[in-house]
Design a protein around this ligand. Structure first.
Ligand SMILES: [Fe+2]
Length: 530
């Protein structure tokens, strides 16, 4: 990691100063802001090093630089002076227009207007402080130092200041952009994670909980609320979800008071602690962040986050909460659309299966009931919500192929003869063939085709057995048989609920999957008794 005092990566700074040293023959020292240690010394001359070999020389050198640094800090401009050896030294402050102090550059070791005899004498005088015998080398080194006019040196100071400040501030801007992009990336990944964790059939409530939970986590808030103005009136509010450590007793969220506070918020708003305390809504709460959003049907909602501590909300938090509220609005909107589509789909399926049921007056409502029983059993077996939706549709449409069976066979009083039985037994294949033409039914077609298979392989149309029969088919087979047994048919009177269950149990392992029968009895048996 870079030293926190370096406004640029250390290597960049070093390269830049070294280049300047080579061109000018001057020493260049960078001192980070807030530091009195000369952290970087580049191009230091043998002259200055020799001066500093004595403690007194080092002390005087440091004292003169410190004094110049103070002057530069006050003026904001490069400050020039002669050091105790009468060599030119200059301190160049790096302070941005906004007032950020990045540190200073110290240049040294130039001789102003040439080395006079009088200057040589002065160096000999202070040379007595250095190691004995080094005075001649010191004077010779001073004679090798570059000669400058003061005005030229000062112009160079301004140039270095301008170049370095430009470098430093553009690097700062780059860092800010990188930081911004990184935050944006994190935000997007977070929102993506929310979207990923929502499946279309998980429902509104789940969507709200996920958004709220993740929001509270990410913002380090104590609690979160999801509120919507009631559709029928603008002056009452509904709490849809809450999470975290609420400052109110459970179920005691003061919605009317909250409505009063947040109804005036037309953009993301911060309600700071004291105001909040004044109305005695939640004495233990610090700041509240309210983010209103509007659904496409114009219903208005509010995401509310609360903190016990104050000052937890900065620009990043505000920006994030705003993005979250947009996400909430679009997820809710998508959920609404999905619900409308799902309702439409099930209404259409209901109409289709009713058309089939209507051909057979004795099986009125059969498809709907089979779907319901199948779903109960599947829930008991803990299948995913996706599987259950698929099963519900398959249950509703399992006998759809009967549309291709002659009406007289379907409504025949009494037992069917062999050819009639054969025609009747074609309905699973007919159903699969018709529905197979629709891409969206691809997942349910195998279950429909095989809902009359037997677990021991003696069923139809393919004689599949055990796990070879699609699970949807195995579940529908049990639900279908139960409903057939418990409704009156032309050729027999219905069985009682418990008799039908006994029948299922007796045929578990031969006609039915025993695991499905167990789940069915435990789910449907219980719910009917209740
Ligand atoms: Fe059937």
């Amino acid at each position: 990691m870079e030293h926190p005092g370096y406004p640029l990566p250390r290597e960049d700074l070093k390269d830049f100063l070294q280049s300047l040293s080579k061109i000018t023959d001057l020493s260049m020292t960078f001192i980070p802001a807030g530091s009195d240690i000369q952290d970087m010394i580049i191009g230091e001359s043998s002259f200055c090093l020799q001066l500093k070999t004595s403690i007194e020389g080092a002390r005087r050198c440091k004292a003169s630089i410190d004094e110049l640094r103070e002057r530069a800090a006050r003026s904001g401009m490069p400050e020039f002076d002669l050091c105790h050896a009468r060599m030119a030294e200059m301190v160049i402050p790096l302070v941005s227009r906004e007032g950020t102090d990045f540190g200073t550059v110290v240049t040294g070791q130039a001789v102003i207007q040439g080395l006079s005899d009088e200057h040589k004498k002065h160096i000999r005088d202070i040379g007595s402080e250095t190691v004995p015998g080094a005075i001649d080398r010191l004077v010779a080194a001073a004679a090798d130092n570059p000669v400058f006019k003061r005005s030229r040196l000062e112009a160079m100071g301004s140039f270095i200041q301008q170049q370095l400040l430009e470098k430093v501030t553009s690097y700062g801007a780059l860092e800010d952009t990188t930081e911004y992009l990184f935050q944006k990336y994190e935000e997007l990944m977070f929102l993506y994670a929310i979207t990923e964790s929502l499946s279309p059939d998980s429902g509104h409530q789940r969507a709200l909980s996920v958004i709220l939970d993740k929001g509270v986590q990410k913002l380090n808030a104590e609690f979160g609320l999801f509120m919507m103005l009631k559709a029928e009136s603008e002056d009452s509010i509904e709490l849809l979800d809450a999470c975290g450590e609420l400052p109110w007793p459970e179920k005691g969220v003061p919605t009317p008071l909250l409505l009063e506070m947040i109804s005036g918020c037309h953009g993301p708003s911060l309600i700071l602690g004291p105001g909040f305390r004044d109305i005695e809504v939640a004495p233990n709460t610090g700041d509240l962040l309210v983010v209103p959003f509007r659904l496409r049907n114009s219903r208005e909602g509010f995401l509310v986050f609360g903190w016990k501590k104050k000052g937890m909300i900065g620009d990043g938090e505000l920006r994030f909460a705003l993005a979250l509220s947009r996400q909430a609005a679009s997820v809710l909107h998508a959920m609404q659309l999905y619900q409308e589509l799902a309702d439409l789909l099930f209404a259409t399926l209901g109409a289709l299966s009713s058309a089939v049921d209507a051909k057979d007056p004795y099986t009125h409502g059969h498809s709907r009931r089979v779907a319901e029983y199948a779903v109960k059993a599947a829930r008991n077996m803990e299948f995913s919500s996706k599987f259950i939706t698929m099963l519900k549709i398959a249950g509703q449409l399992h006998d759809f192929g009967k549309i291709g069976v002659r009406e007289y066979i379907l409504s025949k009083q009494g037992r069917l003869n062999e050819s009639e039985k054969k025609a009747m037994r074609e309905h699973p294949v007919i159903g699969a063939q018709i529905l197979g033409k629709f891409k969206s039914f691809a997942d349910i077609v195998p279950g429909i085709r095989h809902h009359h298979e037997h677990y021991d392989g003696t069923g139809y149309p393919a004689g599949l057995k055990e796990e070879g029969i699609p699970m949807v088919g195995r579940i529908i087979a049990v639900a279908d048989a139960y409903d057939a047994m418990t409704t009156n048919r032309p050729y027999r009177v219905k069985l009682e609920h418990h008799e039908a269950l006994v029948e299922l149990k007796e045929n578990a392992g031969s006609q039915f999957d025993p695991m499905v029968v167990d789940a069915f009895i435990s789910a449907v048996g219980r719910s009917i008794h209740e």
